[in-house]
Design a protein around this ligand. Structure first.
Ligand code: PRX
Length: 705
């Protein structure tokens, strides 16, 4: 295979380049064309689409997105930048998100499954909830929220629920009333939920008695007490805790209900049987929800998304990129507590009248075949997951997908760069070479996908997210605001030059932070009302190949700077994964007197493989040959397991702390906190304790993981 940029060229040239421009040394991958059967049925096949959405047609091109929705009143102005970079889309228009996801689908799809819930215990049969049934339940809950709890449009509610149908039901009931939901990932601690409740000013918390995870019933109710106490300590009183029950009618938590504060939703609902609530017609720019996301510094930011722009954007992108038709069975394995779940489990698929699958548990419970059994049984034909899950499934059951009758037409990955090795396994073994794979790049802040191949039009390239979506104009810039030449394979900061309807409206309660985090870096005229003066700084490093495809290298703060050379963590990890014995790899920077920072590697091996000097040699060799001696790891630690978040991301922050003899910080929210001490002892020896003060870049490394 040809190399896009030879190492020698890149290294020789680097002294003349600014830091952001230093070339990244990826191998060019072969391209894969979408199968003809897929193209024949795809929603988007018009090759003119990029022209239709060219800059010359901005912003009116996005009318096409708005027109996918049902409006109570049509908008008068497609785009308003008079308060740039605080933009408004579809100004003058009025609509309701719940109406668009439910009511409008009833006439044609009343008895079609809107949601199929699969509980983790495998003996529980899947539960289908039709559009009619979902409509009834959402209305009853909306009546309860309004009449029992006194919530009205504009109020905020914090929702701390696991992956159960009650979560989308709660979101849609809020949306029906114009109440702003702030869903906190169920796996986060009560304290995290409490801090977010305080920030958003929620006086109501929606929680549950418990749920199944990894074969156990987890008592979730104590988290609600912690949330209330934490919110209180930050000055916010939560007066009502609405508790769902995992098994309606049975309260399975050991924690007692708090008199006057805790209400069992299923009991209260009896009073509201059969009630209907008119959807509240909201201005397009009214907030639909807040979703918190971590940045490099400070407390989490509440990304505020608008009803009109957000819903239009996720509906259009779900239609074009996931290729959703009402006849499809769509499954996204993300958690609804993250933006992916909001956009591509709930709002996008339901607005398109799809059947959306919800799975409660972990992908590998009770074994590596679980996801494939669910997909086979439900006839899932669109499968959306994360590279982490792909790596994990490949590691535990590389041949497992072959045992099942999987018939995916599209498969999507999201959330982190995917190594070509993992991509190829996904494409060949899971997709059986018949499915289109889209690698979608976007963020909590962006509402929906910004870069991806268009499945019915573009060829796929393993490890590259692909071109921008129609109407999105990215660029790569250096630290000084100069554009890195397009298609030059040089790394820099990924920016989006124009606004789009899915972009968040602001940060809840902190407009200044919105402006400074995302727009100040490349703005040269602070008083300008022209959107061209406000490029959006995504915080990701990326490069663009000559064919126009983008490759995202990871957060700018995850870049390891070795002797002035920027090395993407993914680049190093990808190199390790070319060694067949390696299952997972994570790289962290460690402080080095001579070079500033050098990488250190953590590696897990495939089942049945034992650690040996030979494998270590192969790993080091792979890094040296794929990237260069500059990336040679100081040490390779073969560990039994990686510290992971509940959503499965490797916590490089924790590994970086161990490598650098720093405090590991709070690890209680990890899926497997016990491995942390085991790794610490392995790396530092029994006696060592945290001694070092944290250099800023290392302390912050991987924080967003
Ligand atoms: O670094 C990028 C990475 O995930 C970050 C956004 O994280 P979050 O707001 O949690 O949203 C995740 C789901 C959209 C980005 O800044 N990221 C997301 N998708 C990709 C990705 N990195 C590489 N390739 C992707 N496809």
């Amino acid at each position: 295979m040809a190399r896009a940029t030879s190492r020698a060229d890149a290294l020789g040239e680097s002294s003349r380049l600014s830091e952001a421009e230093i070339a990244v040394h990826w191998r060019e991958e072969e391209l894969y064309a979408p199968p003809a059967e897929f193209v024949a049925q795809a929603n988007l096949t018009d090759p003119q689409v990029m022209e239709r959405f060219s800059l010359a047609h901005f912003p009116e091109c996005f009318r096409e997105f708005g027109e996918l929705l049902s409006w109570d009143r049509k908008w008068t102005t497609t785009f308003d930048s008079s308060r740039a970079p605080f933009y408004r889309w579809f100004v003058g228009g009025k609509l309701n998100a719940c109406y668009n996801c439910l009511d409008r689908n009833l006439e044609q799809y009343r008895n079609k499954a809107a949601l199929v819930f699969v509980g983790e215990p495998e003996e529980e049969p899947p539960v289908s909830i039709t559009y009619q049934e979902l409509f009834v339940r959402v209305n009853e809950l909306a009546a309860l929220l309004r009449d029992e709890v006194g919530l009205q449009a504009g109020d905020r509610v914090t929702v701390h629920l696991p992956m159960v149908p009650e979560l989308p039901i709660t979101m849609l009931a809020c949306a029906r009333l114009g109440v702003v939901h702030s869903v906190v990932f169920g796996g986060f601690s009560g304290e995290s939920a409490g801090r977010r409740a305080a920030d958003s000013g929620s006086r109501v918390l929606v929680s549950m008695d418990g749920y199944y995870r990894n074969g156990k019933f987890l008592d979730h109710r104590p988290a609600a007490d912690l949330a209330v106490a934490t919110a209180k300590s930050e000055g916010q009183t939560i007066d009502t805790v609405l508790l769902w029950q995992r098994h309606p009618g049975k309260y399975l938590s050991s924690a007692k209900l708090v008199e006057g504060r805790d209400r069992l939703v299923n009991d209260l609902l009896k009073k509201y049987r059969g009630r209907r609530v008119d959807p509240v017609s909201l201005p397009a720019e009214a907030p639909l929800f807040i979703m918190y996301t971590s940045g490099t510094t400070g407390r989490p930011k509440g990304c505020q998304h608008a009803v009109g722009g957000y819903l239009a954007y996720v509906t259009a992108t779900a239609k074009w990129i996931q290729d959703i038709h009402p006849t499809d069975v769509y499954w996204c394995t993300a958690d609804i507590g993250w933006i992916t779940g909001h956009s591509y489990i709930v709002y996008g698929p339901l607005a398109l009248a799809a059947t959306s699958v919800l799975y409660e548990g972990v992908p590998t419970y009770p074994d590596a075949g679980r996801l494939w059994r669910i997909a086979e049984r439900l006839g899932v034909n669109i499968f959306h997951t994360a590279p982490t899950a792909i790596r994990q499934l490949r590691r535990l059951g590389p041949d497992e997908p072959k045992k099942y009758d999987l018939r995916f037409k599209t498969m999507t990955t999201v959330g982190e760069p995917i190594e070509p090795e993992a991509w190829l396994w996904f494409y060949h073994t899971v997709g059986k070479g018949r499915a289109v794979v889209t690698d979608t790049w976007w963020q909590t802040e962006t509402g929906g996908v910004l870069c991806s191949t268009k499945p019915g039009i573009d060829r796929m390239k393993p490890g590259s997210t692909g071109p921008p979506l129609p109407g999105i104009f990215p660029a790569i810039m250096d630290e000084n605001g100069r554009e890195v030449p397009a298609g030059s394979n040089r790394a820099g900061n990924l920016v989006i030059r124009n606004p789009w309807p899915g972009l968040m409206s602001t940060i809840w309660g902190d407009a200044e932070r919105y402006k400074s985090t995302y727009f100040s870096k490349y703005n040269k005229r602070p008083n300008s009302k022209d959107w061209r003066d406000w490029p959006y700084f995504a915080g990701d490093g990326a490069m663009q190949a000559a064919d126009g495809y983008y490759r995202v290298l990871g957060r700018v703060d995850d870049v390891i700077n070795v002797a002035g050379h920027r090395l993407g963590t993914k680049e190093i990890e990808s190199a390790c994964l070319t060694v067949p014995e390696v299952a997972e790899a994570a790289v962290v920077p460690i402080a080095d007197e001579l070079k500033g920072r050098v990488p250190e590697l953590y590696v897990t091996l495939r089942p049945g493989v034992t650690v040996s000097a030979e494998i270590e040699r192969k790993v080091v060799h792979a890094v040296e040959t794929e990237i260069g001696k500059i990336a040679r790891p100081k040490a390779v630690h073969f560990v039994a397991d990686m510290p992971k978040t509940r959503s499965g991301k490797i916590m490089r922050r924790v590994l970086a702390a161990i490598s650098n003899t720093m405090e590991v910080g709070d690890v209680t929210t990890l899926a497997n906190p016990d491995v942390v001490e085991a790794i610490r002892v392995q790396v530092q020896g029994k006696g060592k304790v945290a001694t070092q003060a944290a250099p800023e870049d290392i302390a912050k490394f991987g924080e967003r993981d």
